[in-house]
Design a protein around this ligand. Structure first.
Ligand code: MG
Length: 202
């Protein structure tokens, strides 16, 4: 399986990091070794002094396909999860300055926090509320209506480059409110008020 991630997909988040609003999706990937599941705790890697959380909606791909066309994109995901795209912000900043790829800042071990999945049936994907709490306080209050590129667009776009396989995951981007974590912090994620993930930083 592969983990495809979209960066800067909410205008307010692109702005908070002083990044331009993209005209086409910004895509990067994480290996399967990045997965952090079962509410396992996260650690702060030695190579960063600025580990950030980015709470995101994650799509579970349920069909193989390449060059997916817009009319069919909806049928390519069946479940969603709440995910955390852990980012070594200081390392990422250095990569950006040098024009280097982001993998060492974004794709390291356990950098892809992932909750349980919920079925998409009955959920309005165009108006889905999700929140991140840090030590009980809401720090990210997102809604998929604010996406720059919606889920179907992302599926069409990425499948031009990468064949989608059943079980692949797509992290769809984070809204404003990202920030650093320290040892002892707890991150919690919810979708439509439903508790999805709890992650201790240790
Ligand atoms: Mg992200």
């Amino acid at each position: 399986m592969k983990i495809i991630c979209i960066g800067r997909n909410y205008v307010d988040h692109a702005k908070e990091l002083s990044n331009p609003v993209p005209k086409e999706p910004l895509v990067f990937m994480k290996p399967s070794t990045a997965l952090l599941i079962n509410n396992d705790p996260m650690y702060i890697p030695d190579f960063t002094d600025d580990l950030h959380y980015e709470g995101e909606i994650v799509l579970h791909i349920c069909k193989n396909g390449r060059h997916v066309q817009p009319d069919f994109a909806k049928g390519y995901y069946d479940k969603i999860a709440y995910g955390i795209d852990f980012t070594a912000r200081d390392v990422q900043q250095r990569c950006k300055e040098k024009g280097h790829p982001w993998e060492i800042a974004k794709a390291f071990d356990k950098s892809a926090g992932l909750s349980k999945f919920i079925d998409v049936e009955g959920l309005d994907m165009q108006n889905l509320k999700f929140q991140t709490k840090l030590n009980g306080e809401v720090v990210q209050d997102g809604n998929t209506k604010d996406l720059i590129f919606d889920f179907e667009y992302i599926i069409c776009y990425v499948s031009q480059f990468f064949k989608l396989h059943v079980g692949d995951l797509i992290y769809t981007g984070t809204p404003a409110g990202v920030g650093p974590v320290k040892i002892g912090d707890t991150l919690e994620g919810s979708i439509e008020g439903q508790e999805m993930l709890s992650c201790l930083i240790k």
